[in-house]
Design a protein around this ligand. Structure first.
Ligand SMILES: Cc1cc2nc3c(=O)[nH]c(=O)nc-3n(C[C@H](O)[C@H](O)[C@H](O)COP(=O)(O)OP(=O)(O)OC[C@H]3O[C@@H](n4cnc5c(N)ncnc54)[C@H](O)[C@@H]3O)c2cc1C
Length: 478
């Protein structure tokens, strides 16, 4: 008989969370700590969403999205998770760029970037200071019509080398382009620039193990293999969800699934105003990703070539070329044994931005051929930095936008949620359906590990208020 993944689930909860990405997990933890009964439903076998890892026979282990995040994660993990989790966050000090315009290493913090801009790129001190003050002062309520392209044009006209240095890492971090609002660039860039790039020592597996333990300690009912099929709505008010054919009631539902999938598929048009539907349909998804996972054989070593290596053979920065199937720009994340103290293994993950449309329609045979080509091109590119590495690779595998779609249900495999306009729809959802909320990568600012964690907390606080109000209206304790 098939296993019942919802065995002993209660008939109703204060709050149901759909999806266990970092926003869903953090929202669940916040609500449980506030005293609510919380059910967390994850369609996949693992919790964590894109914050995940996988293993392969031979002791190979690969992290998917642990390339780096801003220092703000330390504070967020301390406040919303545990001191132990916060204490495992460490800085990555060796960030390298190598492209036809420049080759350099940086600690990726404000002092070092200013130094590089002034000495290496010969930009006047007042221009550099003016640029950093401007981006640091950007906030959500600013003028959103200024694009990143115009921002750079204002400060560095004709300097596409400077634009590349400032823009390329952020394009990899959140999929933003020169034509996106400058604010989406500025806020993320400033987050990184405060103190550099950080990672989680112990790897994503340890992080998720600790988060899971904390959630269980706080009483969250966590269920994997539980794809929510429908959000139950009656009279413009959320009533619960349907999952694995079963209906479970809740005073509030928070979806961490893809924003458009939540509104258009799980809720359904019949419950929404025409205006909100049109606004949702117009939200643009962010691009997707390809990755190549390269595991070094047990007992073999590789030289230290930096932690993050932004490489490209393109003459100039080009947002469209970053996503093309015949991509020649890639970020190598090198995982040395110290990422998992006690381990002696090395792995390298190459990440590139990608368009879903380039991969979606391929026949199975052509898809496999393209994946093999991607792996071969990636290893050839890596040989420049690690001569002879091909002979030391014991496992090579690729993921494409189709892979990301399959594992997360994100429409078109979107790696960084939606473009800027998604934030308004995400925040406006409770005004359409009382008790229904969304948190997760939206609007670029709320993307990445830090954005997702923080957005989870913001929305959890709104859910808390709603649950208390609904409980008070019914005369029951929340
Ligand atoms: C290749 C790649 C590299 C990245 N690198 C970095 C990095 O170095 N640093 C960084 O900060 N960020 C990085 N990111 C981005 C970061 O991983 C994400 O922004 C963040 O993890 C997203 O969190 P989220 O809360 O939005 O949810 P997601 O991680 O998107 O999770 C959503 C969850 O909802 C579940 N779900 C969906 N539908 C349903 C349903 N109907 N029922 C039940 N469950 C459902 C999914 O299975 C999934 O678990 C990277 C992303 C990618 C793809």
């Amino acid at each position: 008989m098939a296993r019942d993944w919802l065995q002993n689930v209660k008939p109703d909860y204060d709050a149901i969370i759909i999806g266990s990405g970092l926003a869903g997990l953090t929202a669940a933890n916040t609500l449980a700590k506030l005293g609510h009964s919380v059910l967390l439903l994850e369609q996949h076998a693992n919790f964590g969403g894109l914050a995940t890892w996988f293993t392969r026979p031979g002791g190979y282990l690969f992290d998917i999205s642990l390339h780096g995040f801003p220092v703000g994660m330390v504070k967020s993990c301390r406040k919303y998770w545990t001191q132990e989790i916060a204490d495992s966050i460490v800085q990555l000090k060796h960030i390298r760029f190598d492209n036809p315009q420049f080759s350099l290493e940086t600690s990726f913090d404000v002092a070092d970037f200013k130094r590089i801009l002034k000495t290496r790129f010969q930009v006047a001190e007042e221009t550099v200071d003016g640029f950093f003050s401007t981006v640091r002062a950007m906030n959500f309520y600013d003028d959103q019509t200024l694009t990143a392209r115009q921002l750079f044009q204002n400060f560095f006209p004709g300097r596409d080398d400077v634009v590349r240095l400032l823009m390329e890492p952020i394009a990899y971090a959140n999929g933003s382009t020169l034509d996106d609002p400058a604010i989406t660039y500025g806020i993320v860039f400033s987050n990184f620039m405060s103190k550099g790039v950080y990672t989680f020592q112990g790897g994503t597996d340890t992080l998720l193990k600790r988060m899971r333990a904390e959630l269980l300690r706080n009483g969250v009912d966590m269920r994997s293999h539980a794809p929510v099929e429908k959000i139950l709505v009656d009279k413009k008010t959320v009533r619960g969800v349907q999952v694995n054919g079963r209906q479970i009631r809740a005073k509030a539902v928070l979806s961490n699934a893809n924003l458009k999938a939540t509104v258009l598929q799980l809720v359904g048009a019949e419950h929404l105003s025409r205006e909100f539907l049109e606004e949702t349909r117009a939200v643009r998804l962010n691009n997707s990703s390809c990755q190549v996972y390269l595991g070094i054989r047990n007992g073999e070593k590789i030289a230290h070539i930096g932690d993050l290596l932004f490489t490209s053979v393109l003459p100039r920065f080009d947002s469209a070329a970053l996503c093309a199937r015949n991509v020649t720009s890639r970020t190598f994340s090198v995982y040395y044994p110290d990422i998992r103290p006690g381990s002696s293994r090395f792995s390298i993950v190459s990440s590139t931005n990608a368009n879903y449309s380039d991969w979606a329609g391929l026949s199975d045979e052509e898809y496999q051929r393209q994946k093999r080509g991607l792996i071969a091109d990636t290893i050839a590119a890596l040989e420049k930095y690690l001569p002879g590495v091909s002979a030391r690779i014991g496992h090579a595998e690729a993921a494409t936008p189709r892979t990301f779609l399959r594992y997360t249900g994100h429409l078109e495999g979107a790696s960084f949620g939606t473009k800027f306009e998604g934030l308004k729809v995400s925040m406006g959802l409770p005004n359409e359906i009382q008790g229904l909320y969304h948190a997760g990568s939206v609007g670029i600012i709320m993307s990445g590990w830090l954005g997702a964690v923080n957005y989870g907390v913001i929305v959890a606080n709104n859910v808390d208020k709603c649950v208390r109000e609904r409980a008070a209206a019914k005369g029951t304790p929340s």
